[in-house]
Ligand binder design. Structure first.
Ligand code: SER
Length: 320
């Protein structure tokens, strides 16, 4: 039986992945763990919640023992923009957190670990269009450095200790439940909130900035599909390229204007532009498609419609 721990459960991906996992495996079998952020009512009411600090091995181990955990989805991390402001913190949380989780998984004989990597593993030396699975990895952000090092560490634990650790390289993730914090692709989420609330947004990347993105239902599907795939189908133990769609900030603005014609977007690039310019514009995820059947559902227009419907409803309820 699955006994699952989700770290970073109060974050953008964790808050929705935990709910999906609870639907599948039962609320009591999926333990949500957060650090500082207060958990939503939905999270607290649908199953157990614990506070842990992933950089403190004992606090993670205590929860693993208490709930007899055999699978960890380790999502707790510092994202790219905060990582550039606080590189030492990014290294500490991202590397020590992953190391602690892998060590606990090894020592306690856990069945499986999921850990998200990112398109931020790529740098300017990699092709930026249809970036292939095996492109050179020379990132220039601390976030990217921790993701490359993390991928190699996961691969090492698989080869050396036989730990069944699985990973995907997420592109920017767009969602309406919990806002992301401190990433470079956050503009593609903020723009929706501001469009619905204020009809205007100041975007921190240029209009022609193209980045790969994914809508949350595809994001949770990628994690669950990969974790449920038969291990014989998984040849990559660093991390798989996955993507949903690619668009520029300007194209996203035009798409939003179809639903909110008075919406206006201003472009004032800041330090995050440089990060965006070092990342892929589109991703080749054919290896994930071939090996474990990765197949995303959402493209730009369907995602935009769904985001606006969800946020408009929350705005009307006074809940945005
Ligand atoms: N969404 C992340 C960020 O912008 C990329 O993995 O930092």
């Amino acid at each position: 039986m699955e006994r699952i721990l989700v770290t970073g459960a109060t974050g953008q991906i964790g808050s929705e992945l935990t709910i999906e996992l609870r639907k599948k495996y039962g609320g009591e079998n999926v333990i949500a763990a957060g650090h500082r952020r207060k958990p939503s009512e939905k999270l607290v009411n649908s199953g157990p919640f614990e506070y842990i600090d992933v950089t403190d091995r004992e606090s993670v181990e205590k929860v693993v023992k208490k709930y007899d955990i055999n699978i960890i989805y380790h999502l707790a991390a510092v994202l790219s923009a905060i990582g550039e402001e606080k590189p030492q913190l990014a290294w500490k949380v991202n590397m020590n957190g992953l190391y602690n989780v892998l060590e606990i998984a090894r020592e306690h004989g856990l069945v499986r670990v999921f850990w998200p990597s990112s398109m931020a593993v790529f740098g300017q030396e990699a092709p930026r269009i249809n970036t292939p699975q095996d492109a050179v990895l020379i990132p220039r952000t601390m976030y990217g450095v921790t993701k490359v090092a993390g991928e190699l560490l996961c691969n090492y634990y698989f080869l050396r200790f036989g730990l069944d650790v699985r990973s995907v390289r997420y592109p920017g993730v767009i969602s309406s439940e919990t806002p992301p914090g401190g990433g470079t692709t956050d503009y593609a989420v903020e723009i929706f909130y501001d469009a619905v609330k204020n009809k205007r947004y100041t975007c921190f990347v240029r209009e022609d900035t193209v980045l790969p993105m994914m809508y949350m239902p595809d994001c949770t599907k990628a994690a669950i599909d990969l974790m449920e795939a038969d291990s014989s189908r998984i040849t990559c133990r660093t991390s798989y390229n996955v993507t949903g769609m690619s668009f520029s900030a300007g194209e996203l603005t035009s798409e939003i204007k179809r639903y909110i014609p008075e919406f206006e977007c201003e472009y004032k690039p800041d330090f995050r532009q440089k990060i965006a310019d070092s990342w892929p514009m589109s991703i080749d995820d054919s290896v994930a498609r071939e090996e474990w059947g990765w197949n995303p559902t959402y493209e730009l227009s369907v995602m935009t419609k769904d985001m606006i419907e969800k946020l408009t409803k929350r705005f009307a309820e006074g809940n945005l």
